[in-house]
Design a protein around this ligand. Structure first.
Ligand code: HEC
Ligand code: HEC
Length: 229
């Protein structure tokens, strides 16, 4: 309960805009990102669980990273490289979105050192994925978008990067098991160029020509996908 109250206070601080100046970090290149991730310490699952509880990540992201409500991102079964990249991006203000509750992540990440970041990343990666929606028959057009892409819009298939089961790899995130509400919000943030932390703004290109209906259908598809790794 105390954790929830404190998290609410933190969230209120973030919402009232007490997040200071945006730090000016340079964009990643493939090379600088690879080196940074390689230089991170080795994470420890048990220590990660402690950090997750002590820093009250669990108040918003759930006991094991499965998200406590449909408002927050799922972190369970995420690749450790992607989780580490996100925390570094929040720290440096590379990830700086207009969604007000996202500001809290900047403050939280700035309070963490590299070891704590590596530890929580190991903890989330060790927890199984959630299936959010009842599996239902997949729309043929969405299936095509995921597996074949759409040459007329220069859309590369999602599965070619995010994996056949949305399981992700290295810095490419797992997207199956993601909360659909968050999935939609972050895809719209890429599309509107409010989320600009990825290398070469790749996801801004892939979302540019997607319709709102397609984004919603992709979110529902990945939220009902069972992970087979
Ligand atoms: C008050 C609620 C709150 C707390 C506490 C919190 N987070 Fe978050 N976190 C969020 C929200 C909201 C987002 C998604 C922001 C958005 O929509 O852009 C997020 C996003 C993230 C992401 C990016 C997820 C993705 O898929 O890109 C990571 C990683 C993360 N949080 C880790 C943590 C860790 C580690 C802690 C504890 C040290 C923590 N969070 C504590 C609310 C919270
Ligand atoms: C060329 C590879 C590539 C393709 C194709 C691609 N993605 Fe991505 N995607 C990425 C990478 C890399 C990231 C992480 C970007 C970052 O660091 O913020 C990402 C991020 C995302 C995220 C944010 C995840 C989170 O937890 O915040 C979602 C959702 C997503 N992609 C969905 C899709 C969908 C749906 C498609 C197909 C329409 C697609 N992607 C196509 C590489 C790709």
């Amino acid at each position: 309960m105390t954790a929830l109250i404190s998290a609410t206070l933190l969230a209120t601080a973030a919402i009232s805009g007490v997040h200071g100046e945006k730090p000016h970090a340079s964009s990643w290149s493939n090379f600088s990102l690879e080196n940074k991730i390689k230089a991170m310490p080795t994470g420890d699952t048990l220590r990660g669980q402690e950090v997750h509880e002590q820093m009250m990540c669990n108040a918003c992201h759930g006991e094991k990273g499965e998200s406590s409500s449909r408002n927050y991102a799922s972190l369970n079964a995420q690749t450790p490289e992607y989780t580490m990249k996100m925390m570094l991006d929040y720290q440096d203000g590379r990830r700086w979105e207009t969604f007000k509750q996202a500001n809290i992540m900047v403050k939280i990440a700035q309070a963490m050192d590299n070891q704590q970041i590596a530890d929580v990343a190991a903890f989330y990666a060790s927890n199984p994925a959630t299936v959010w929606n009842e599996p239902k028959p997949v729309d043929a057009k969405i299936d095509r978008l995921v597996r074949k892409g759409d040459a007329s819009r220069m859309l590369v298939p999602c599965a070619s990067c995010h994996g056949a089961h949305g399981e992700g790899k290295d810095i490419t995130p797992a997207i199956s098991g993601q909360v659909p509400e968050y999935f939609v919000r972050t895809m719209q943030a890429y599309k509107a160029k409010h989320r600009l932390n990825d290398v070469h703004e790749g996801m801004a290109q892939f979302t540019h020509d997607l319709t709102d209906a397609e984004i919603q259908a992709l979110a529902d598809y990945y939220a009902s996908l069972t992970r087979r790794q």
